[in-house]
Design a protein around this ligand. Structure first.
Ligand SMILES: Nc1ncnc2c1ncn2[C@@H]1O[C@H](COP(=O)(O)OP(=O)(O)OP(=O)(O)O)[C@@H](O)[C@H]1O
Ligand SMILES: [Mg+2]
Length: 490
């Protein structure tokens, strides 16, 4: 057999825990790094934007556009450029670069969407672009001059107006943010590596521990299988294992019960089969030991031996019948049968035995009944009931058989005026070899198999059997069988 790890519950639990741990690690990693980056960039942006505002004011105050040689301003521009490790450009409202701290674009015209927008819209048009890949922030800020007018110079009473004289364009390096991020990432990765190893170990250990109760159940079941013990398994940690244990214990209980009943059955069978043989041996021995035995005695003894052989034969036949019944419903031979007629045949067979003890045997029917049954098996079942009713009766007693039916099933009630069955025996009479009064029953010729055969045959037809009895007064057996045979689902 090829080992497939995905069939192992432990491996799956391990994978689940491991991946959950791993994914959380990664999520935390990226969330932290990203939030650091966002925050660092936004801090830098606000810093730079303040600087630009101050610078723009200075540019206006120093009238920089008229004279770009101002040392103070140029020094300030260089200072800012150095401070942020970047480049500052001063652009006038004709899009001409008046000052570039890199000193390479002075006097050139710049065509940039951001610059144009800023020139047009003033503060509202100022823009900030963070280029992560190239590692810089580019910002524009308007250089605004506020002109004041004497009242009345301008319509609608305006007193002052902002005029955009130019634009400051700055690009600021974010190298240091990236460096910090790299350091952070390196440190995080080493922490994560340790975390992953910890998760790996604890996932493997945890999954094993989680599933240990299952291993314990398996080994307990193996003990039972190997025959070391027949005791129920105890101690469960989870509801899930408790369910398995309960189911297994019930199975074990059933097995034990079956085992016990099998042992009892075997001992009963051997006992029953031995009894006639012992009698025959005794009879034969007594003939052998005596000399000159008269012919009549021989004959007498031989008759007794023949009767014992018959009895042995009967027991064997009954046992075979029971074995056949045990093969379940597949062996049923279902036909549509006239139940009244079948019962009449049974009564006819029982009459000679009943007559011997002057027992009155009557059949009562109200209507025609036809049902889908196995005629041989069911007729044997009902005959056993009538036979018992005659056998366990008194001299001059009576046996009544009543047949009735509704649209679903028919019932057969066998009542007698016999010796009755004690109440504590009522639930045992269907057991194999069970007899209420063993000595009496043996005298009458019973082996205690008749009712088990009857019971099995009725169950095979999905019918029911019920008994009511009063000692010394009589017994009533009621059998109900469905008119239509239902194939079992098995
Ligand atoms: N109608 C009855 N009245 C009184 N006792 C009964 C009646 N039917 C059955 N019993 C009791 O139930 C026992 C079991 O009956 P069952 O038919 O299984 O066996 P049996 O008659 O002894 O032997 P077998 O039928 O195998 O020849 C009988 O031994 C008897 O004690
Ligand atoms: Mg019987």
């Amino acid at each position: 057999m090829i080992f497939n790890p995905f069939k192992s519950l432990r491996f799956r639990v391990f994978l689940m825990v491991f991946f959950t741990g791993l994914v959380s690690c990664l999520v935390i990693h990226f969330a932290i790094i990203e939030s650091y980056e966002n925050r660092a960039v936004s801090v830098r942006e606000s810093e730079v934007s303040t600087q630009l505002m101050i610078l723009a004011n200075h540019l206006i105050n120093y009238n920089y556009f008229s004279d770009t040689t101002s040392d103070v301003i140029n020094a300030e521009l260089d200072l800012i450029a150095n401070l942020y490790d970047g480049r500052v450009m001063v652009i006038d409202n004709n899009l001409q670069i008046r000052k570039d701290t890199y000193g390479i674009s002075d006097g050139k015209i710049i065509i940039s969407e951001e610059v144009v927008k800023c020139l047009k819209n003033g503060t509202a048009g100022a823009s900030t672009v963070y280029d992560r890949n190239n590692g810089y922030i580019e910002m524009t800020a308007p250089i605004t001059e506020t002109l004041t007018f004497e009242s009345g110079d301008v319509a609608a009473g305006e007193k002052s107006q902002d005029v955009v004289r130019g634009v400051l364009l700055i690009s600021v390096s974010t190298e240091y943010i990236r460096n910090t991020m790299n350091i952070l990432t390196r440190r995080a990765v080493s922490i994560e590596l340790i975390a992953v190893i910890l998760i790996l170990v604890s996932a493997w250990w945890g999954s094993g521990k989680l599933l240990r109760p299952f291993d314990r159940i398996t080994s307990a079941i193996n003990d039972v299988k190997a025959g070391f013990t027949n005791e129920p398994i105890e101690g469960s940690q989870y509801y899930e294992t408790e369910h398995i244990i309960n189911a297994f214990n019930q199975l074990l209980q059933r097995m034990n019960a079956l085992d016990a009943s099998r042992q009892e059955f075997v001992s009963n069978v051997s006992h029953e089969l031995k009894t006639p043989i012992t009698s025959m041996k005794v009879l034969a021995d007594s003939l052998i030991m005596q000399d000159d035995v008269p012919n009549e005695v021989y004959r007498d003894f031989m008759e007794d031996i023949a009767a014992e052989v018959d009895r042995e034969n009967q027991i064997i036949n009954d046992l075979l019948e029971l074995v056949k019944m045990d093969k379940k419903a597949t062996s049923l031979n279902i036909t549509t049968v006239d139940v009244v007629q079948m019962m009449e045949v049974i009564m006819k067979r029982m009459r000679p035995i009943a007559r011997k003890r002057n027992i009155e045997l009557t059949l009562e029917t109200t209507r025609e009944i036809s049902a889908e049954i196995d005629e041989v098996k069911l007729s044997l079942a009902l005959m056993n009931l009538v036979e018992n009713a005659v056998k366990y009766n008194k001299e001059d007693g009576w046996v009544k058989v009543k047949l009735d039916a509704d649209h679903k099933s028919f019932t057969c009630e066998v009542s007698d005026s016999g010796i009755g069955i004690p109440e504590d025996s009522l639930d045992k009479i269907y057991q194999r070899f069970y007899r209420v009064d063993k000595s009496r029953s043996r005298e009458i010729g019973g082996t205690g198999l008749g009712l088990s055969i009857t019971h099995s045959a009725i169950l095979m037809h999905r019918g029911t059997i019920d008994v009511q009895s009063i000692e010394d007064e009589g017994t009533i057996f009621t059998v109900t069988i469905p008119l239509k045979y239902m194939q079992s689902q098995e």
